[in-house]
Design a protein. Structure first.
Length: 256
């Protein structure tokens, strides 16, 4: 029986760990050919071997415009096309209030989270518009792109930028007649290296983890596959009438 992504070629950034790694494994299980990219060369190669099924790893700094073009062109050269892009590479912020955040830190977070996603969308559209089959761009934003807090100046700004960039890309592709959908995914606290770093930075790890769980109505931190299943849905043709949407996967956080 064919999988939900049989015949599709997917590129996932930030694929050495976390949400992208989980999504890549699920995509392969559904029949996709997968390419992952990451700045971490050794971890990326190890992740590709872990995923198996011919998964290719490409080293990539998502803030480099030149490298984005090279990576997308290499995917097309290897597999003949690109159907799915998951923009998942991101960074947490050494955040604070508007009075505390430095311009250098703000620019770094925006460069990776927002500009990296912009470059990914731009290069994906460049090749996807030539396809004669459905394509999907999926951008990982955050609940912090929907609601903010006094100490989330840089991170929330970057993830809110991803949210509206996604809608702009989706509307442009629809207007141009390209068979390319673009949607954003908004996780809350998920058990990834980024969240573990947040917990580890606390003087009391157990208390920090408990504090995060208390903020989630479902009472737990999410698992990477909780996001991965949403990504697979958006990557598959099951979501062919879904574009410019905000897919919130947050255990109820934004309902409070």
């Amino acid at each position: 029986m064919a999988g939900r992504m049989t015949g599709k070629v997917a590129l996932l950034t930030g694929g050495a760990s976390g949400l992208a790694l989980a999504s890549a494994k699920l995509m392969v299980a559904e029949g996709a050919k997968v390419v992952i990219s990451d700045r971490q060369k050794d971890k990326g190669a190890q992740a590709a071997a872990e995923i198996g099924h011919g998964t290719l790893f490409l080293e990539q700094d998502v803030t480099s415009e030149t490298r984005w073009a090279e990576v997308v062109d290499e995917v097309v050269r290897r597999h003949g096309k690109l159907n799915v892009l998951l923009n998942s590479a991101g960074v947490a912020a050494p955040d604070g209030s508007i009075e505390d955040v430095s311009l250098a830190d703000f620019r770094r977070v925006m460069a990776i989270n927002a500009e990296g996603t912009f470059l990914g969308c731009k290069n994906a559209v460049r090749v996807m518009k030539e396809n004669k089959e459905p394509c999907s761009i999926i951008n990982i934003s955050s609940v912090a792109g929907l609601v903010s807090g006094w100490s989330m100046t840089a991170y929330s700004s970057s993830k809110a930028a991803v949210r509206l960039l996604t809608k702009s890309v989706a509307l442009h592709c629809a207007r141009a007649g390209y068979d390319i959908r673009c949607n954003s995914v908004h996780p809350a606290f998920i058990d990834t290296p980024m969240v573990q770093e947040l917990i580890d930075s606390s003087s009391d790890r157990d208390r920090a983890a408990q504090r995060l769980r208390r903020q989630v109505p479902l009472g737990r931190i999410g698992e990477p596959n909780d996001i991965g299943y949403m990504v697979v849905y958006l990557a598959s043709d099951e979501s062919r009438f879904v574009t410019a949407a905000e897919m919130v996967v947050d255990g109820g956080c934004t309902a409070i």
